[in-house]
Design a protein around this ligand. Sequence first.
Ligand SMILES: O=P(O)(O)OC[C@H]1O[C@H](OP(=O)(O)OP(=O)(O)O)[C@H](O)[C@@H]1O
Ligand SMILES: Nc1ncnc2[nH]cnc12
Length: 160
Amino acid sequence: MGLLPSLNPRDILPVLRNPEVFNDLNEEIYEASKSTTGIECVVGLESRGFLFGPILAQKLGVSFVPARKKGKLPGEVISQNYELEYGTDCLQIQKSSITKGQKVLIIDDLLATGGTMKAACDLVTKAQADVVLCLCVIELVGLKGKELLDKPFKSLITFD
Ligand SMILES: O=P(O)(O)OC[C@H]1O[C@H](OP(=O)(O)OP(=O)(O)O)[C@H](O)[C@@H]1O
Ligand SMILES: Nc1ncnc2[nH]cnc12
């Protein structure tokens, strides 16, 4: 059996039930992004990256771009396949959503093996944009997902 099924599922969703706590978390996310200069676009990863990405983009005054699983986005897309513990998946963004050379922050709720965030970095790079920060609310440190990334990374809450 693989490693992931034996892990506690870590769930950010209860935080959204309390507007004050959710607001505090969004402020923490914004604070964590502030030392990275020149962010021009926030890319959020389906699905829970969509809960935080648009709010951060609004606070920063920049565009929000959803990276979705294969086949969900209309129009021309850029795709990046990636390995899961069992099988493969594919992330896509709309071709017109990111411009060449743009400084991009990628946000998701959680970093586990790092495969999803790595694929998002590769996708943004494929779009000829520049990943300036990968930001996750939760990091499962024991899975060493951070080691897969060759871009700056920050998390707000860590579990072993
Ligand atoms: O670091 P990794 O091992 O790649 O795992 C992290 C990803 O897994 C979870 O998403 P999930 O695949 O469950 O998709 P969902 O948010 O659409 O439910 C989580 O929200 C991250 O996006
Ligand atoms: N929410 C989660 N908790 C634990 N491991 C995970 N791997 C991917 N998502 C996870």
